[in-house]
Structures are given as C-alpha cells and as structure tokens.
Design a protein around this ligand. Structure first.
Ligand code: AHM
Ligand code: MG
Length: 340
C-alpha cells in the first residue's frame, strides 16, 4: 500500500476539495506535531517522572496531573508563533490565551483538552488530546480577541480531531470532508494514513456509560439503559454489551472503529450543571467527528453542535455514536417531556 502522510493528505484536501486554506493546514500540522511531543511525554511515564499530580487545580476544581500541565504547555508553545491563530483556550486555563504581540496573528481560534481521561495516566490506560478549531468573527479583526468571540456553536467548527495515546498513537481528524485516521510512525517521525472516510459500523449493541451514576439519571436515561440491560427478555429483544474506560477519547475511538453509543448524561448530583463533559473542547469536536462518520451527537434532546455556548467551560450532557441508538435515547427524552 502506498503510504500517504498527513502532509500529503492536507495538501490534497487543499487542492482537490478546496476545504483547507493554507493557514488552517499549517494549524493542523502544528497541532499534530504537538501531539507527537505529548505522545513522547506520555510514553516516558514513571521513568521520565511524568506520572502523578501537582498541587494545583484547574478552573473546574479538578486536581491537575503533571501531564495535564505539560501537554497544555506543549500545545501553547507549538501554536504561538506560526501566525495562524488569534487565540487559544484550554480545559486547563481559566481564560483565553492571546497570541503574544511579538508574533503575527491569524484568524483561527484553537480550543483543546490537552489530556483527556487524565485519571488513566497513572494506571497506564489510554488517554488523548482533543481539539476544535473555529474562525474568529470578522468584527474581531483589528482588535484583540475576547472570550465572547469563542462562544460559537459547534457547527461553526472548521476542523476538529483527537490524538489517542494507546498501544499505538493515532490522530483522527475532520475538516468537514469525512473522518481520517493517521498512525504515528515513530521511526520516520511522521503521521501515516491508516483509514479514510471512516464510518461508524452499525448494529454493535454496545453502550458506554458510568453505571455507578445510574440512580442519579433522568428517568428517560434509566429507561434506555434498563432496556439494554434486559437484553432478549426486554422490549429491545437483543442483548447489549457494556464498556467504560474513563477516557472519552478511547470510548469515541472504539465507537468509530467498531460501533456503539457513548453517554455522559445530566444527573441529579449537581442538578444545576447540564453534565460533566465540556461543550467547547470535548463534546463539540467529538460531535463533529461522530456526525462526519455518519453518527449523531445530542445532549439527550438537541444536537450538540447547535448549542450556542454562554461560557468557555460550559458543560453539557452527551449522547453520541450510532445514529439508531442515539435516536432512541432522544425519543425517550421527548416522550418523558411530553408526558410531564
Ligand atoms: P478529564 O478531561 O478531566 O479527563 O475528564 C473527562 C473524562 C472523560 O474522558 C471521561 O468520559 C469521563 O471524564 C470519565 O468520568 P468518570 O470519572 O465519571 O468515569
Ligand atoms: Mg477531558
């Protein structure tokens, strides 16, 4: 098989599909390069002093792991100087990071979760980096970008993707022309395409949800899971399997490769919060990938990518994966709302 590198793919996209302005191509290459650096750090593990937590907390009140902070720095440094960005935002930073005045500025806004699934770092399970790219609003040209400029719904994303640091390091990417997977060739130092125009396979009958929260879910969510658990003896008439890794990147990657549904729904432990996961740098980019692969991504009721954010670190309920299953969850929530 002829090897197609990420660079070749991006140049082809720019030429053939006209989907990719040069600055966006540069941005993706730089993010991909930063992910190589993060992968290297993740692999160093205990021998490189990479495991464990720091004394600090992020804006969500979560204890930061050493790798959360290091990966955040790698992404910031890699992306500051290229001239392609107006600003960045991250799960690990309270507010936006403006490009320093010593560098030229571009039109793109980059958002990321530097290490998703951090609780997996110290136990040697898969973690990943998630990213989303927006364009700064036109009225922001000639002035400094503000947090407000980031608050665009996910349908405005011009690119999104994730790197997964598992048995292989992979990069999964969309620029709105399908989903593509690249594997890191460590000997050559390059990303090589391993799958193109990925589609979520149908009919897997596998769900991923943190079952320990079951008693806190909304009735419609309990109904869906109860019916899955009832298997051939219940209304669905078929058996379901379950998976939970504690890493959204690993969960979404599994669904992309082999099907199923992932949920982190609203629950009544913190009823004022719509969910645990963050809209702008977790749910939106993963929603974009799921939709581009033929799947669906909702907050239980509505399309995630249509939600107009009101805050950078806003949370959201998440139900995504195979379209047929997501539609059932949506239907049960609609029925519960109309019965209320
Ligand atoms: P993180 O970005 O701080 O790692 O948190 C997000 C992660 C997701 O990857 C995963 O789906 C979820 O949190 C796991 O939560 P739980 O601890 O309830 O299993
Ligand atoms: Mg995360």
């Amino acid at each position: 098989m002829k090897r197609r590198t990420l660079t070749q793919f991006l140049v082809e996209q720019q030429r053939k599909e006209d989907a990719l302005p040069a600055q966006l191509r540069l941005l993706i290459e730089i993010v991909a390069r930063a992910c190589k650096g993060i992968s290297h750090s993740v692999n160093k593990g205990a021998l490189g002093g990479m495991l464990g937590s720091l004394d600090s907390e992020n804006v969500q009140g979560e204890v930061q792991k050493k790798l959360d902070v290091l990966a955040n720095e790698i992404l910031l440094e890699a992306n500051e100087w290229g001239g392609h960005l107006a600003a960045m935002a991250s799960e690990e930073m309270e507010t936006i990071h403006l490009i320093p005045n010593r560098y030229p500025k571009g039109e793109y806004l980059l958002l990321f979760d530097p290490i998703d699934g951090s609780s997996n770092i110290d136990v040697d399970l898969s973690v990943g980096t998630i990213f989303s790219v927006l364009t700064a609003p036109e009225e922001a040209s000639g002035r400094e970008v503000t947090e407000e400029d980031f608050l665009q719904s996910g349908r405005h994303q011009v690119a999104a993707g994730y790197a997964i640091y598992g048995p292989q390091t992979l990069l999964v990417l969309t620029v709105g022309t399908g989903v593509y997977e690249f594997a890191l060739d460590r000997e050559m130092g390059s990303w090589v395409m391993t799958e193109e125009r990925m589609r979520i396979p149908a009919g897997k009958r596998e769900f991923a949800i943190n079952m320990s929260n079951q008693r806190h879910w909304a009735p419609a969510m309990r109904r869906y899971i109860d019916e899955c658990l009832a298997g051939t003896t219940g209304p669905r008439g078929k058996n379901f399997n379950m998976r939970w890794t504690g890493s959204m990147v690993a969960e979404i990657h599994r669904i992309l490769k082999s099907g199923g549904i992932f949920m982190y729904p609203w629950d009544s432990r913190e009823p004022h919060k719509p969910g645990k996961l963050r809209l702008m740098y977790e749910a939106n980019p993963m929603g974009f990938i799921m939709e581009q692969a033929g799947g669906m991504a909702i907050d239980a009721n509505h399309r995630i990518m249509d939600i107009k954010p009101t805050a950078l670190h806003q949370r959201v309920g998440v139900v995504m994966g195979e379209r047929d299953e997501v539609e059932i969850v949506q239907k049960y929530h609609a029925e519960a709302a109309s019965a209320a």
